[in-house]
Design a protein around this ligand. Structure first.
Ligand SMILES: Nc1nc2c(ncn2[C@@H]2O[C@H](COP(=O)(O)OP(=O)(O)OP(=O)(O)O)[C@@H](O)[C@H]2O)c(=O)[nH]1
Ligand SMILES: [Mg+2]
Length: 295
């Protein structure tokens, strides 16, 4: 019997903010590499998660949720990141919530190229009170464009992810692995370290500060098994600095210690993390800062 040919390719994960794109990427790859939170617009960078199986290598590309809220130069860049991520992928996974289909979902759908196969993943089925609500939603979605498949999933519980993966695999072209089969992501530890800090800020602080925050890794040194990391968190106003630092530095201490625990889990070694907070007015509209941040 002939061996089945190996397949590989890029699979973009797109959708409006907060539908669970990054949670899905992590569940598919089996590691927490892309940050997640309840707040919309958590993801700001393109990041690939790599899943290597004997017959197929998936390169899942997580993208920022298409931005519709604040008009800033940062947001223009984020939207461009999404568009660029779509340019040369083999498959698109369009993520929406099983419970609702909004104007923003339609807007994202309208941006998708017509010559790439799209699989719709209706996420958060675990939160659906009545599963019968899925049928009219699937029917509605099917009228909007052609889908290779429409699959209800729960990224958080891991439900139907095998079906999603199998469907995607059939749509990938034949070809060798694109990355080392040991790799989990195309991003380095420096990038992941900055992201873990940003994640804790998104999870621990209210509605204003996270959107005014950026993280830069100033230095990242290996001393045997120990990683010594120095980071600066930029905020836009001094009031935000006070909130972020907290009373006697308690808030920042909690953020840093949780971020450090994540780094140690993923990197597999001890981490010494030193975080400073600095005020930089208007960073999200400064070309120089955006460039330094990699946006
Ligand atoms: N109940 C439930 N919640 C989920 C599921 N998947 C994701 N969530 C939650 O939805 C919220 C948003 O998840 P993210 O993965 O950060 O969403 P995202 O689409 O990457 O968001 P942005 O990066 O901001 O565009 C988080 O609180 C997740 O825990 C799911 O299957 N079920
Ligand atoms: Mg995300």
């Amino acid at each position: 019997m002939a061996e089945r040919p190996h397949r590989s390719g890029q699979v973009a994960i797109v959708g409006r903010p907060s539908v669970g794109k990054s949670t899905l990427l992590n569940a598919l790859v089996g590691a927490r590499i892309s940050i997640t939170s309840r707040k919309p617009q958590t993801t700001r960078h393109r990041i690939a998660g790599i899943l290597s199986e004997p017959e197929v290598q998936f390169v899942f590309v997580d993208t920022p949720g298409f931005q519709t809220r604040h008009a800033s130069r940062l947001n223009e860049r984020l939207n461009r990141t999404v568009r660029d991520a779509l340019a040369d992928v083999d498959v698109i996974v369009f993520v929406a919530e099983a419970a609702r289909f909004t104007v923003a979902d339609r807007a994202v759908l309208a941006l998708l190229p017509s010559n790439v196969p799209v699989v719709a993943a209706l996420n958060k089925t675990d939160a659906l009170a009545d599963k019968r609500a899925l049928l009219p939603r699937i029917a509605e979605l099917a009228t909007l464009r052609e889908f290779a498949a429409i699959i209800p999933i729960s990224a958080e519980r891991g439900s139907e992810l095998a079906a999603l993966k199998d469907t995607i695999a059939t749509l990938l072209p034949e070809g060798p692995a694109l990355y080392d089969t040991e790799s989990l992501t195309d991003r380095d530890e420096r990038f992941l370290a900055a992201e873990f800090i940003r994640e804790k800020i998104f999870r621990q602080l209210g509605d204003e500060v996270p959107y005014s925050t950026a993280v830069i890794i100033e230095s990242f040194e290996h001393e045997g098994d120990l990683r010594r990391i120095r980071a600066t968190v930029f905020v836009a106003k001094s009031g935000q600095r006070a909130i972020l630092v907290g009373e006697n530095g308690a808030r920042m201490k909690a953020i840093a210690s949780q971020a450090r625990a994540d780094m140690e889990a993923l990197f597999g070694g001890r981490v010494f993390l030193d975080v400073w907070v600095r005020v930089k007015q208007g960073w999200s509209d400064s070309d120089a800062m955006l460039k330094r941040l990699g946006y």
